[in-house]
Design a protein around this ligand. Structure first.
Ligand SMILES: [Zn+2]
Length: 357
């Protein structure tokens, strides 16, 4: 059976759309694990708050419940860059009497770590190097002999919380924790999350630190915007890469931890290729597109970032640039097959852990 493209899945309400990269990844991977897709709905429940001590959430975070929604608008997926803006608004309190299929929980809450959960926290004196506490929890790179970011820990903490929740019969929250674990695991396969810039590039530009970081930010954002755009367009090779990977990975959950290091290393070597490809093909234009971010200037950061992202789209997808995107597509397919493998292995490890099974 072929899996429809996420945004074409007629079984999902439009209120949850538009979808973003993490959700495309979660969807194609969880839909590949047949036993999980067939699990009966679980009742929506209040957060047991086991994570409070080990993993404090950002002060602006609240648990929203997407199971209860009201559709209010129609956002154009091709020009949407803010994960918080969906067609619907969602409940802030536990909706009573609702249940939801586990695979949908894995899908719906895969973007949760990218909203407020990891923001505005003081985690480490070096967190500014990753753009703040969110970056610190979502990245893991080495630079000049130091390591920045704790994404592997973010992954493990949430996998442990999922296990704890399953053992205590709290299936709904187990799936929400697992969705978060899957997010950090996907981030560890995201090239710009595990390497900031190629070492040689750093050495050559070491005396212009501000410029260096501006370039890195512009290329990082641009690459992720490129990938998300292709997902929004329903690009078949990305879906195929994810499902192919997840099909293989689901049968070997015991290998996940041993493979983590190699998974991160492969993402790092892809970053180098992507970095130079974007830098040499679009560098000055993309740097200019993100210049307003550097200046700041009291604007609302989310709307400023969205404006820069829209400019980056116009540059990347210019007609005369089409031929240059093929290489990015190819590298990304390799990357997504890898990401799919790890997601499949993660999910495969939980096939028999649901309390109802
Ligand atoms: Zn992330």
């Amino acid at each position: 059976m072929t899996i429809p493209y996420l945004h074409d899945d007629a079984g999902l309400p439009r209120a949850w759309s538009p979808w973003f990269s993490h959700e495309y990844i979660a969807y194609f991977c969880v839909k590949t694990v047949d036993r999980l897709t067939a699990l009966p709905p679980v009742p929506v429940a209040a957060n047991p708050r086991w994570q409070d001590k080990v993993w404090p959430a950002g002060p602006r975070h609240i648990d929203i419940y997407k199971e209860s929604y009201q559709e209010h608008r129609q956002v154009d997926p091709l020009w949407s860059f803010d994960q918080r803006k969906r067609n619907g608004d969602f409940a802030r309190d536990v909706p009573s009497g609702k249940s939801i299929e586990p695979w949908k929980i894995y899908l719906l809450y895969s973007t949760e770590p990218d909203t407020y959960a990891d923001e505005d926290l003081l985690l480490h004196k070096n967190q500014a190097m990753t753009g703040g506490s969110r970056g610190w929890r979502h990245m893991h790179f080495r630079l000049m002999g130091s390591t920045y970011g704790i994404a592997p820990k973010s992954f493990r903490v949430h996998r442990d919380l999922a296990r704890l929740a399953f053992s205590n019969g709290s299936d709904y929250w187990a799936w929400r924790y697992l969705a978060r674990a899957g997010h950090y695991l996907a981030d560890l396969g995201a090239p710009f999350h595990v390497r900031a810039m190629p070492g040689f590039y750093l050495l050559r530009n070491i005396f212009s630190r501000g410029e260096l970081f501006h370039t890195v930010t512009a290329l990082h954002q641009s690459y992720e915007i490129f990938v998300e755009r292709r997902f929004h367009e329903g690009f078949a090779p990305f879906a195929e890469a994810l499902t192919r990977g997840a099909k293989e990975g689901q049968g070997a959950p015991e290998k996940l931890d041993a493979r983590l290091k190699g998974y991160i290393e492969r993402a790092r070597s892809r970053q180098k290729k992507i970095f130079y490809h974007l830098h040499d093909g679009f560098g000055p234009e993309l740097r200019a597109a993100f210049a307003p971010m550097k200046q700041g200037g009291g604007h609302d950061t989310a709307s400023l970032a969205a404006r820069c992202a829209a400019d980056a789209v116009r540059i990347l997808f210019k007609k005369e640039h089409q031929s240059r995107l093929a290489r990015l597509e190819k590298i990304t397919c390799g990357s997504l097959a890898d990401v799919g493998w790890m997601q499949g292995a993660l999910l495969g490890g939980f096939q028999s852990r649901t309390s109802g099974a």
